[in-house]
Design a protein around this ligand. Structure first.
Ligand SMILES: N[C@@H](CCC(=O)NCCCC(=O)O)C(=O)O
Length: 254
Protein backbone atom coordinates (compact mmCIF):
# COMPACT_ATOMS: atom_id res chain seq x y z
CA UNK A 1 0.00 0.00 0.00
CA UNK A 2 2.86 2.34 0.78
CA UNK A 3 2.65 5.69 2.45
CA UNK A 4 -0.35 7.64 1.16
CA UNK A 5 1.76 10.79 1.25
CA UNK A 6 4.14 9.28 -1.33
CA UNK A 7 1.32 8.75 -3.80
CA UNK A 8 1.00 11.37 -6.53
CA UNK A 9 -2.20 13.44 -6.32
CA UNK A 10 -4.07 13.17 -9.62
CA UNK A 11 -6.76 15.74 -10.38
CA UNK A 12 -9.66 14.13 -12.27
CA UNK A 13 -12.08 16.53 -13.97
CA UNK A 14 -15.76 15.90 -13.29
CA UNK A 15 -18.73 15.95 -15.68
CA UNK A 16 -21.99 17.84 -15.17
CA UNK A 17 -25.21 15.81 -15.18
CA UNK A 18 -28.80 16.31 -14.08
CA UNK A 19 -29.91 13.49 -11.79
CA UNK A 20 -33.50 13.45 -10.48
CA UNK A 21 -33.80 17.18 -11.12
CA UNK A 22 -30.56 18.05 -9.36
CA UNK A 23 -27.53 19.55 -11.08
CA UNK A 24 -24.78 17.06 -10.29
CA UNK A 25 -21.11 16.56 -11.05
CA UNK A 26 -19.97 12.97 -11.48
CA UNK A 27 -17.01 10.71 -12.17
CA UNK A 28 -17.24 7.18 -13.48
CA UNK A 29 -15.69 4.64 -11.14
CA UNK A 30 -13.64 2.99 -13.91
CA UNK A 31 -11.55 6.16 -14.26
CA UNK A 32 -10.95 6.40 -10.52
CA UNK A 33 -10.04 2.71 -10.31
CA UNK A 34 -7.65 3.04 -13.27
CA UNK A 35 -5.72 5.72 -11.36
CA UNK A 36 -5.89 3.89 -8.01
CA UNK A 37 -4.76 0.57 -9.53
CA UNK A 38 -1.44 2.06 -10.68
CA UNK A 39 -0.73 3.88 -7.40
CA UNK A 40 -2.22 7.32 -7.99
CA UNK A 41 -4.37 9.24 -5.51
CA UNK A 42 -7.36 10.49 -7.54
CA UNK A 43 -9.02 13.74 -6.45
CA UNK A 44 -12.26 14.83 -8.08
CA UNK A 45 -12.10 18.34 -9.56
CA UNK A 46 -15.45 20.21 -9.65
CA UNK A 47 -15.85 22.88 -12.30
CA UNK A 48 -15.88 25.76 -9.75
CA UNK A 49 -12.11 25.26 -9.41
CA UNK A 50 -11.68 27.13 -12.71
CA UNK A 51 -12.21 30.36 -10.75
CA UNK A 52 -8.79 32.07 -10.88
CA UNK A 53 -8.09 32.26 -7.14
CA UNK A 54 -9.22 28.66 -6.55
CA UNK A 55 -7.31 27.49 -9.63
CA UNK A 56 -4.13 29.15 -8.38
CA UNK A 57 -4.56 27.42 -5.01
CA UNK A 58 -5.25 24.05 -6.71
CA UNK A 59 -2.29 23.75 -9.06
CA UNK A 60 0.50 23.36 -6.46
CA UNK A 61 -1.42 20.41 -4.97
CA UNK A 62 -1.56 18.46 -8.25
CA UNK A 63 1.10 15.98 -9.39
CA UNK A 64 -0.89 14.94 -12.45
CA UNK A 65 -4.03 15.77 -14.45
CA UNK A 66 -6.50 13.19 -15.75
CA UNK A 67 -9.19 14.14 -18.27
CA UNK A 68 -11.79 11.34 -18.55
CA UNK A 69 -14.23 10.67 -21.36
CA UNK A 70 -17.75 12.04 -21.43
CA UNK A 71 -20.82 11.82 -23.69
CA UNK A 72 -20.81 15.64 -23.75
CA UNK A 73 -19.10 17.51 -26.57
CA UNK A 74 -16.63 20.41 -26.53
CA UNK A 75 -18.41 23.67 -27.38
CA UNK A 76 -17.84 24.37 -31.10
CA UNK A 77 -17.15 28.10 -30.63
CA UNK A 78 -13.99 27.09 -28.78
CA UNK A 79 -12.54 25.92 -32.07
CA UNK A 80 -14.02 28.57 -34.32
CA UNK A 81 -17.22 26.86 -35.40
CA UNK A 82 -20.74 28.22 -35.28
CA UNK A 83 -23.88 26.50 -34.12
CA UNK A 84 -25.31 25.17 -30.90
CA UNK A 85 -24.09 22.07 -29.08
CA UNK A 86 -27.05 20.28 -27.43
CA UNK A 87 -24.69 18.05 -25.43
CA UNK A 88 -22.43 20.79 -24.07
CA UNK A 89 -20.71 20.88 -20.66
CA UNK A 90 -19.29 24.43 -20.55
CA UNK A 91 -17.95 24.12 -17.01
CA UNK A 92 -15.97 21.07 -18.01
CA UNK A 93 -14.60 22.83 -21.09
CA UNK A 94 -13.46 25.78 -19.00
CA UNK A 95 -11.71 23.74 -16.30
CA UNK A 96 -10.18 21.21 -18.70
CA UNK A 97 -8.74 23.87 -21.00
CA UNK A 98 -7.29 25.77 -18.03
CA UNK A 99 -5.71 22.54 -16.74
CA UNK A 100 -4.26 21.65 -20.15
CA UNK A 101 -2.70 25.11 -20.43
CA UNK A 102 -1.28 24.74 -16.90
CA UNK A 103 0.03 21.25 -17.75
CA UNK A 104 1.89 22.68 -20.74
CA UNK A 105 3.19 25.70 -18.84
CA UNK A 106 4.29 23.85 -15.67
CA UNK A 107 5.05 20.48 -17.35
CA UNK A 108 2.48 18.73 -15.14
CA UNK A 109 1.88 15.17 -16.43
CA UNK A 110 -1.40 14.86 -18.32
CA UNK A 111 -3.41 11.82 -19.39
CA UNK A 112 -6.52 12.45 -21.48
CA UNK A 113 -9.12 9.94 -22.68
CA UNK A 114 -11.64 10.34 -25.50
CA UNK A 115 -13.26 13.73 -24.80
CA UNK A 116 -10.10 14.53 -22.90
CA UNK A 117 -8.01 14.06 -26.04
CA UNK A 118 -10.42 16.31 -27.94
CA UNK A 119 -9.97 18.95 -25.25
CA UNK A 120 -6.19 18.73 -25.76
CA UNK A 121 -6.70 19.30 -29.49
CA UNK A 122 -8.94 22.34 -28.94
CA UNK A 123 -6.86 23.83 -26.10
CA UNK A 124 -3.78 23.83 -28.35
CA UNK A 125 -5.45 25.49 -31.35
CA UNK A 126 -6.79 22.49 -33.24
CA UNK A 127 -10.29 21.70 -34.49
CA UNK A 128 -12.73 18.76 -34.38
CA UNK A 129 -14.96 16.88 -36.74
CA UNK A 130 -18.35 17.40 -35.09
CA UNK A 131 -19.96 14.37 -36.75
CA UNK A 132 -17.54 11.74 -38.03
CA UNK A 133 -20.50 9.82 -39.45
CA UNK A 134 -21.04 12.65 -41.99
CA UNK A 135 -17.64 11.95 -43.55
CA UNK A 136 -17.60 8.91 -45.81
CA UNK A 137 -13.88 8.25 -45.33
CA UNK A 138 -14.29 7.34 -41.68
CA UNK A 139 -15.26 4.06 -40.07
CA UNK A 140 -18.11 3.96 -37.55
CA UNK A 141 -16.39 5.12 -34.36
CA UNK A 142 -19.51 5.25 -32.18
CA UNK A 143 -20.59 2.49 -29.88
CA UNK A 144 -23.88 0.64 -30.40
CA UNK A 145 -25.84 1.96 -27.41
CA UNK A 146 -28.28 -0.95 -27.75
CA UNK A 147 -25.58 -3.43 -26.78
CA UNK A 148 -24.64 -4.37 -23.20
CA UNK A 149 -21.89 -2.11 -21.84
CA UNK A 150 -19.29 -4.88 -21.95
CA UNK A 151 -19.87 -5.17 -25.71
CA UNK A 152 -19.84 -1.40 -26.21
CA UNK A 153 -16.27 -1.37 -24.84
CA UNK A 154 -15.13 -4.40 -26.86
CA UNK A 155 -12.29 -3.95 -29.38
CA UNK A 156 -13.68 -2.11 -32.39
CA UNK A 157 -10.83 -1.23 -34.77
CA UNK A 158 -7.06 -1.23 -35.06
CA UNK A 159 -4.74 1.70 -34.53
CA UNK A 160 -1.30 2.18 -36.04
CA UNK A 161 1.34 3.66 -33.75
CA UNK A 162 3.67 6.26 -35.27
CA UNK A 163 7.33 5.57 -34.54
CA UNK A 164 9.54 7.84 -32.46
CA UNK A 165 6.94 9.31 -30.12
CA UNK A 166 5.75 8.88 -26.53
CA UNK A 167 3.30 6.07 -27.34
CA UNK A 168 5.85 3.91 -29.15
CA UNK A 169 8.22 4.42 -26.19
CA UNK A 170 5.51 3.34 -23.71
CA UNK A 171 4.61 0.18 -25.63
CA UNK A 172 7.82 -0.83 -27.42
CA UNK A 173 7.43 -3.34 -30.21
CA UNK A 174 3.65 -2.87 -30.40
CA UNK A 175 3.02 -0.99 -33.65
CA UNK A 176 -0.59 -2.04 -34.23
CA UNK A 177 -3.29 -3.03 -31.76
CA UNK A 178 -7.06 -3.13 -31.39
CA UNK A 179 -8.94 -0.51 -29.38
CA UNK A 180 -12.49 0.12 -28.26
CA UNK A 181 -14.28 3.09 -29.79
CA UNK A 182 -17.08 5.20 -28.26
CA UNK A 183 -16.97 8.61 -29.88
CA UNK A 184 -18.89 10.55 -32.53
CA UNK A 185 -16.38 13.41 -32.83
CA UNK A 186 -12.67 13.38 -33.66
CA UNK A 187 -9.55 15.45 -34.22
CA UNK A 188 -9.66 17.37 -37.51
CA UNK A 189 -6.61 19.67 -37.34
CA UNK A 190 -3.86 19.91 -34.74
CA UNK A 191 -2.00 22.96 -33.46
CA UNK A 192 1.82 23.02 -33.64
CA UNK A 193 2.30 21.84 -30.04
CA UNK A 194 0.73 18.43 -30.66
CA UNK A 195 2.24 15.37 -32.29
CA UNK A 196 0.18 12.58 -33.83
CA UNK A 197 0.94 9.36 -31.96
CA UNK A 198 -1.50 6.95 -33.61
CA UNK A 199 -4.09 6.75 -36.35
CA UNK A 200 -6.91 4.31 -37.11
CA UNK A 201 -6.95 2.55 -40.48
CA UNK A 202 -9.23 5.28 -41.88
CA UNK A 203 -6.60 7.90 -41.09
CA UNK A 204 -8.37 9.45 -38.08
CA UNK A 205 -6.04 10.67 -35.32
CA UNK A 206 -6.41 8.28 -32.37
CA UNK A 207 -3.65 9.54 -30.06
CA UNK A 208 -1.68 12.75 -29.60
CA UNK A 209 1.12 13.98 -27.35
CA UNK A 210 2.67 17.36 -26.56
CA UNK A 211 6.11 18.03 -28.03
CA UNK A 212 8.88 18.43 -25.45
CA UNK A 213 6.76 17.44 -22.43
CA UNK A 214 7.61 14.60 -20.01
CA UNK A 215 4.16 12.99 -20.32
CA UNK A 216 1.16 14.62 -21.99
CA UNK A 217 -0.79 11.94 -23.83
CA UNK A 218 -4.31 11.96 -25.21
CA UNK A 219 -5.97 8.82 -26.58
CA UNK A 220 -9.34 8.52 -28.31
CA UNK A 221 -10.00 5.02 -26.99
CA UNK A 222 -10.68 3.85 -23.43
CA UNK A 223 -7.68 2.29 -21.66
CA UNK A 224 -9.44 2.74 -18.31
CA UNK A 225 -11.87 -0.04 -19.30
CA UNK A 226 -10.77 -3.12 -17.34
CA UNK A 227 -7.33 -1.50 -17.29
CA UNK A 228 -5.86 -4.00 -14.82
CA UNK A 229 -6.61 -6.85 -17.28
CA UNK A 230 -5.00 -5.33 -20.37
CA UNK A 231 -1.20 -5.07 -20.37
CA UNK A 232 -1.17 -2.29 -22.96
CA UNK A 233 -3.60 -0.13 -20.97
CA UNK A 234 -1.60 -0.75 -17.81
CA UNK A 235 1.62 0.36 -19.52
CA UNK A 236 0.06 3.69 -20.53
CA UNK A 237 -1.30 4.31 -17.04
CA UNK A 238 1.89 3.17 -15.30
CA UNK A 239 3.88 5.51 -17.55
CA UNK A 240 1.58 8.34 -16.52
CA UNK A 241 1.92 7.63 -12.80
CA UNK A 242 5.70 7.31 -13.08
CA UNK A 243 5.79 10.75 -14.66
CA UNK A 244 3.58 12.05 -11.83
CA UNK A 245 5.87 10.48 -9.20
CA UNK A 246 8.85 12.18 -10.86
CA UNK A 247 6.96 15.48 -10.86
CA UNK A 248 6.15 15.06 -7.15
CA UNK A 249 9.76 14.19 -6.31
CA UNK A 250 10.97 17.29 -8.15
CA UNK A 251 8.50 19.44 -6.21
CA UNK A 252 9.72 17.92 -2.95
CA UNK A 253 13.32 18.77 -3.89
CA UNK A 254 12.52 22.45 -4.41
N1 LIG B 1 -18.57 13.20 -26.72
C1 LIG B 1 -17.32 13.00 -27.44
C2 LIG B 1 -16.37 12.16 -26.59
C3 LIG B 1 -16.89 10.77 -26.39
C4 LIG B 1 -16.46 10.09 -25.10
O1 LIG B 1 -15.69 10.61 -24.30
N2 LIG B 1 -17.03 8.90 -24.90
C5 LIG B 1 -16.92 8.17 -23.68
C6 LIG B 1 -18.21 8.33 -22.88
C7 LIG B 1 -18.41 7.27 -21.83
C8 LIG B 1 -17.15 7.03 -21.00
O2 LIG B 1 -16.66 7.97 -20.34
O3 LIG B 1 -16.63 5.90 -21.02
C9 LIG B 1 -17.58 12.31 -28.77
O4 LIG B 1 -18.71 11.79 -28.96
O5 LIG B 1 -16.66 12.24 -29.61
Amino acid sequence: MGNIFDKPVIGVVMCRNRIKGHETQTLQEKYLNAVLNVGGLPVALPHALAEPELFAALLPKLDGIFLPGSPSNVQPHLYGENGDEPDADPGRDQLSIALINAALERRIPLFAICRGMQEMVVATGGTLYRRLCDHAQFLEHREDAELPVEQQYAPSHEVQVLEGGLLSALIPGCSTFWVNSLHGQGAKTLGPQLRVEARSQDGLVEAVSVHDHPYALGVQWHPEWNSSEYALSRLLLEGFITACQNYLAEKQRL
